[in-house]
Design a protein around this ligand. Structure first.
Ligand code: SF4
Length: 342
C-alpha cells in the first residue's frame, strides 16, 4: 500500500487530498472522486500505485507535441482513472471504469526505462489516463529515466495542484496540457469546475521552470467550437507563447452520437488562433492538411511538413527560418535521418 502524496488530516479521521484542485475531503473508509485515493484509518492511500493499463511506442507527434524532439519515438504508458469525467473521453475504458475492474500489469521503473531504451525511444510519455493519479510511481520512473538519459513527457488535464507539480517538476521535460473549453463546458461535459487562476498559475510554473509546454484542444462541433470557448483557450496560449494543437474529435463514450468536426470547422479554429496572435497552431487527427505544417511566423515560409504522425520535410536550419532568420522554438534535436531537409 502506497501512502498518497499531498494529504492533510482534518477532524474525525477525514483527510483532504491536495493532489488535484478538486480537493476531496475523504472520510474514513471512503475514496476520492477519482477512485484512486482511499482513506484507510485516517491515511490516504494511492490504490492504483504502479498499475499500468497500456504501453506502446509512438511518434511524439501523437502525444501530441509538435515542437519537442520532432519525429522521435517515445514509450507511451497509461495507468487507470481520471479526476475529470469528460463525456467524450476516447480512453473511457481505463479512465471512467472502476479501477478494480480494469486489467493491468505491473512493471518496475527499471523495467520501463530499460524497455524505452531498448526500443530506441527518446523518452517516456505518461499519458492515456491522467498521470497525476499515479504520480507516486511515475516520479520514480521519471527519476530513473533521467539517469538513463531519457526525457519525460507529462500529458495532463491540468487539474494537478501546484504543490504536486512542484514535486515532479525537476523530472518533467515537457507538458502536453489539454484544455477543454469554456467554464460552462467544463461543468456540463467534464463534470468539474474550471479555475482560470489555477490554469494561469500552472502555465506560469511550467514556463518559469523552463519546461517545454504545448496546449492541446479537442474540437467538438456544437460543444466547444464557439467563440467563447476558443477565446478562453487562445488567451491562455497567447500568454504562454506556446504551440496550440487542435485535435479532431472522434465520436466516443457518451458523445458517440455526435459527428467529427468538418475540415472547415478546424480551419476556422486555426485561422482564429493565427488571427488572434498565436504563433504556432496545428490540427491533428487528420492525415494530411496544410494545417499540420509549421510556418515561420515572420515570413510564412513552410518550415516543417507533416503527414499522419510523421514529418516528411524539414527546412529549419540551426533552429532558424532559412529565409528570414527568425528563431523557431524547437526543444531537442529532431530525428531527420530519412527526411528531405532541402
Ligand atoms: S486526486 Fe482524486 S481524491 Fe485527490 S482531490 Fe483529485 S479527485 Fe479528489
Amino acid at each position: 500500500m502506497q501512502e498518497a502524496w499531498c494529504q492533510e488530516k482534518l477532524t474525525d479521521k477525514k483527510v483532504r487530498c491536495g493532489l488535484c484542485i478538486i480537493g476531496c475531503a475523504v472520510p474514513e473508509g471512503g475514496q476520492g472522486l477519482c477512485r484512486t485515493r482511499a482513506n484507510q484509518d485516517g491515511r490516504l492511500i494511492n490504490t492504483v500505485y504502479g498499475r499500468l493499463s497500456s504501453f506502446s511506442t509512438d511518434f511524439v507527434e501523437k502525444v501530441p507535441l509538435y515542437h519537442f524532439y520532432p519525429n522521435h519515438r517515445f514509450l507511451t504508458i497509461g495507468g487507470v482513472g481520471c479526476n475529470l469525467h469528460c463525456r467524450f473521453c476516447l480512453t473511457w475504458n481505463i479512465t471512467q471504469t472502476d479501477p478494480d475492474e480494469i486489467e493491468t500489469d505491473s512493471l518496475s521503473p527499471e523495467q520501463l526505462v530499460n524497455a524505452a531504451a531498448g526500443l530506441r525511444c527518446r523518452g517516456i510519455a505518461y499519458t492515456h489516463s491522467e498521470p497525476t493519479l499515479n504520480i507516486e510511481f511515475y516520479s520514480e520512473v521519471m527519476e530513473r529515466a533521467h539517469k538513463a538519459g531519457l526525457v519525460n513527457v507529462f500529458a495532463t488535464n491540468g487539474f494537478i495542484s501546484l504543490d504536486a507539480f512542484e514535486r515532479i517538476s525537476g523530472f518533467v521535460d515537457a507538458v502536453a496540457l489539454t484544455f477543454k473549453g469554456s467554464p460552462r463546458f467544463y461543468g456540463r461535459v467534464c463534470g468539474a469546475a474550471y479555475d482560470r487562476e489555477h490554469f494561469t498559475s500552472l502555465v506560469e510554473a511550467i514556463r518559469g521552470k523552463g519546461i517545454h509546454l504545448e496546449v492541446v484542444y479537442v474540437l467538438i462541433p456544437g460543444e466547444n467550437d464557439d467563440d467563447e470557448s476558443l477565446h478562453e483557450l487562445i488567451e491562455l496560449v497567447k500568454k504562454a507563447r506556446v504551440p496550440l494543437i487542435f485535435l479532431r474529435f472522434f465520436p466516443s463514450y457518451k458523445m458517440d452520437g455526435l459527428e467529427s468536426p468538418s475540415e472547415e470547422s478546424l480551419e476556422h479554429a486555426l485561422n482564429l488562433a493565427y488571427a488572434s496572435g498565436v504563433e504556432y497552431a496545428y490540427m491533428e487527427n487528420i492525415f494530411e492538411h496544410p494545417g499540420k505544417n509549421t510556418y515561420c511566423p515572420g515570413c510564412k515560409t513552410t518550415l516543417i511538413e507533416r503527414e499522419g504522425y510523421g514529418i516528411v520535410s524539414w527546412r529549419i536550419k540551426d533552429k532558424r527560418c532559412p529565409e528570414c532568420g527568425m528563431e523557431i522554438p524547437i526543444t531537442g534535436e529532431p530525428l531527420l535521418k530519412t527526411l528531405s531537409t532541402g
